[in-house]
Write a protein that binds this ligand. Structure first.
Ligand code: 1GP
Length: 244
């Protein structure tokens, strides 16, 4: 089954949870242990991503280690063509729609496009939209960040992504942001959007997760919470807020 089909089936049953793993933050074996824990507590998909400086070797070793441990889909969201690996089940082929740096809008993806097409891998078109504070992604991509109270702009970008034909719209407040995307913004976007809405950044607790879900997120991404001690329990409580 393709990852697109898998997600479609999962979405029919409720909110999807994605665990984000950055290969630069731990050893390949540690990444594999985190991925396995995520799977054990009910996460639906592992998303590997890394901003700048991800080496080919690190990506290959991390991917191999994770792949040996898990059976849920393993997806890669490449920032560009510098590091690629074809052991993934699919690729999030994403454009950061409010990036002022064209590399993150399309330049990086253009570097990888022809290779991905020739390798006949599954690509899933995703429109990324960065909201304040944006964190590292906001800095690297020189993003025209959407202010946390500008629901109108957020909705316009989301609908633009849909009209571009992107199958998913991903609202990102940045890795380790102090707060998730505001619930009011999620609600406003959700009212107009007809494709699944992914929300990530700053979701640390079950309360955050429930709020984001109740506001209308179809898919919820967490990353940082698995980097600290006690992550299994934290992840478990987030999963129960998403899946109850
Ligand atoms: C997913 O970038 C985020 O969109 C991950 O954010 O690390 O804050 O969970 P956290």
């Amino acid at each position: 089954m393709s990852v697109t089909q898998y997600l479609k089936e999962k979405l029919k049953k409720g909110t999807v949870h994605i665990t984000l793993i950055d290969p630069m933050k731990q050893s390949p074996d540690a990444a594999a242990r985190l991925a396995l824990t995520a799977q054990e507590v009910g996460s639906d998909l592992i998303l590997v991503t890394g901003l700048n400086g991800l080496s080919q070797r690190n990506l290959l070793e991390t991917t191999r280690a994770i792949k040996e441990k898990i059976s849920i889909p393993l997806v890669y969201s490449p920032a560009g063509g510098e590091a690629l690996c074809f052991s993934f089940d699919a690729f999030f082929f994403g454009s950061l729609l409010n990036a002022k740096n064209p590399y993150y809008f399309c330049g990086g993806q253009a570097q990888a496009a022809i290779i991905l097409k020739r390798m006949e891998v599954e690509t899933i078109p995703v429109g990324y939209i960065a909201v304040e504070p944006g964190m590292k992604v906001g800095d690297a991509a020189n993003v025209d960040l959407i202010s946390r109270d500008n629901y109108w702009m957020a909705t316009n970008y989301a609908v633009a992504a849909e009209l571009f034909g992107m199958g998913y719209v991903y609202f990102e407040s940045g890795v380790n942001a102090a707060q998730p995307i505001p619930a009011g913004m999620i609600r406003a976007v959700k009212k107009e959007l007809s494709v699944p809405l992914i929300v990530g950044g700053g979701i640390r607790t079950a309360v955050d997760a429930r709020r984001v879900r109740q506001a209308g997120a179809d898919m919820v991404v967490t990353g940082t919470i698995i980097e600290n001690a006690g992550y299994r329990e934290r992840l478990r409580s987030i999963l129960s807020a998403l899946k109850d």
